[in-house]
Design a protein around this ligand. Sequence first.
Ligand code: MIG
Length: 829
Amino acid sequence: MASEDFSGNYMEKARGSKGVADFFPGRVVEFRQPADGVFEFLTDNGVLLRVSLVCDGVVRFRFTPEGRFEDDFSYALDPNYQPVVPEHEVVEFGDGVAIKTGSLSIRVNRSGLKTTVTDTNTGTILSQDDKGYHWQDNKQYGGEIVKMSKVCQSEEYFYGLGDKSCDLNLRGRRFQMWGSDTYAYTPDTDPLYKNIPFYISLCKGTAHGIFFDNTFRTSFDLGAESPDVTSFFSQGGEMNYYFIHGPEPLDVIRRYTRLTGLVNMPALWTLGYHQCKWSYYPEAVVRGIADGFRSRRIPCDALYLDIDYMDGYRCFTWDAERFPEPKKMIADLEKDGFKTVAIIDPGLKIDPEYPVWQEAYEKGYFCRRQDGSLFKGSVWPGLCHFPDFTHPEVRDWWAGLFHNLIAETGVRGIWNDMNEPAVFEEGTFPRDVRHNYDGHPCSHRKAHNVYGMQMVRATQEGLRRSGNGRRTFSITRSAYAGTQRFACAWTGDNVASWEHLSIANLQCQRLASCGMSFIGSDVGGFIETPSAELYLRWVQLAVFHPFFRTHSSGDHGEQEPWSFDKKTTERVRDAIEFRYQLLPTIYTTFRQYVRDGTPMLRSLPFVDFKNPDAYWRSAEFFFGDHIYVVPIMEEGEEGRFLYLPKGDWFAYHDDSHPKAVAKDIWIECPLDRIPVFVRSGAIIPHWPVQQYVGEIEHPEPELRIWTKNGEETSEWYEDDGDGQAWRDGGYRESRIHLKGSAGHLNLHREWQGHWEPGYETIHLTFCGINSEEPDIKVVIDDHEQRAVRGDDGRYRVNTHKNFYSVNLEWKPAKAPSTKPSARQSQPEK
Ligand code: MIG
């Protein structure tokens, strides 16, 4: 077992010990093209390589020493993905074969199957095998330990791998994928909860990705063992990986995300603020929390019930004393604007009196050991059996269990925990536990990393079936590549420390770059108690995390927005109100993720990818197209150096216009807010503050428009905020083109979709206009109006919902704006 648990020692062992031999492919004896865009190479020692052109920029490589492949089955790939074989030509030459598409050339060597991928247009080598494919027989379990090693270029850096807690740039490190319940993890803990075997390489401004679609325990060595070698290997299964071309990092991420699955639009309320604790009970406490928000006028959309709502931790039951009338409580909360989300774990208590256990037992839905007995393990309910979620019939049954909770009782979201799977005794299931794996029976070695994904998949299906056409809301702690199709996720049991605030920033960015944009951390920290300042800074960062939820373990005191001093409560309220104002922007950014797979959080090196200075930076990130966020992550920090990428930026809060230089600039950052910048020329849609989504039936949007000398395009997406009409054009997707010069600004708007706004008025706010005039001329759709200057120097005018063109003219003030720096704060109130 040891070699499997610690692959960290594995390569060294393989090299050092005499008994363990690596095998290599021999010489190609046959080259064939079984289908369009598919190429096979067979060697004299029976190794088969299949290269498939999946679509423009995506190439799949599959190896087997058995001469033929396993059934082609993947949980990661989106079943709706439409491969389109790109045009290509094949050139055979003495040493090998070259397959050329418009963007990539793949050269396979006849001796040893080593592969080089180059950019067809520039000839640049993007990826080149070092040892290439090789393997070891797995004596203990059968099959092979499959390995691939590639040349690591001296200026090549690595990102991605989903759930890792270290700095963004992964060069020089080694990681594993083996989903684990890692309470109070640190920056060195590996593996964590989620398994995303996908990394992004960035080398001198050009990016590509590698997605190793293998669910066994996989390892990645990114120049750790040797600075010249990148390798990935697995304890079983096939060497089956995708090369994903950029050339830009965001292209790589989009392609990966499309391959593993685009997501659906979330219900708008799920993007509001959520409050959670382990646990709020009994009913009176839950109602008290709800009152706490409304009486203090702190916006909130969802309250959570952790495991203590259940009867003895039995899933799909209620504790009759703590929650005598759940349906009524949930209905009352809903009237007050709160949705209720409940937790569901995988373990089912072994209890002959418990109908859910009984049914699963009778139907044979629980996982068994290799010799046929049921696997039992302890979790919160005591000894449990565990459904085999990799069995389609079990998923179908599980989905049906939610009817009562959702359709009858009114719960609006389900939170799946402990699905790594976590078990108290041994951490997880023993390796010999059997799984159906959708008709490909296997042991837990192969199914472990997808167990949680298949659980939340079944849970989401339950929400869909019983949800009356609503958009589903499911949350998962464990994940494999592609889990974004089934759930949003959080980063597990973190700690109330400044270090963990920084980890939360890194993890959310990293998961977003691996297809999982709908991500958040336990705000304030799950374990221990944050100081007022830490809690505040965490909330201020999480305003920009798609999933925005405070959660804590409860044994360390209170962690509600008002649990600290009065001033902190006000500042936390300000931050949460800011989130509610930004909802149309967050929703628009989500739409881009839904439509194209573009990550909502965009790490600096992925946007400023031509600039090597950015490659080692981790803290600053972009939210969507136009917002740049600079988190504050140190206690008592009243200012910090930040990196402002090339371009032209305004400070969001006061329109100050820092000198745009792509190097460290000093910025003050008092407690009231964290620094946020907007790209000049950006149009950022806002809403008025609401206490919850839907409090105002048809909020009137405000478009904030920042000036620019030049052109910029902004998007703005609107729909019903729930339901399925968005799938058939029930939305309004505006593109607003801005063109500006000194004293002049022009907007042109076009939209798609047939959604009709319920509001009549749109408020336009022009920011960064350098003028002293009390009002200036604005022509909207050929109709002349005046935009009026406010005390903040911004000019405002109202228009109607269908405006399509705006022309603004002003006399530039002689002296440029006098604000000297990018100071963010307003004076203390
Ligand atoms: O063993 O349900 O990460 O969010 O509050 C702990 C209780 C089980 C772990 C989750 C945490 C949740 C807690 N759970």
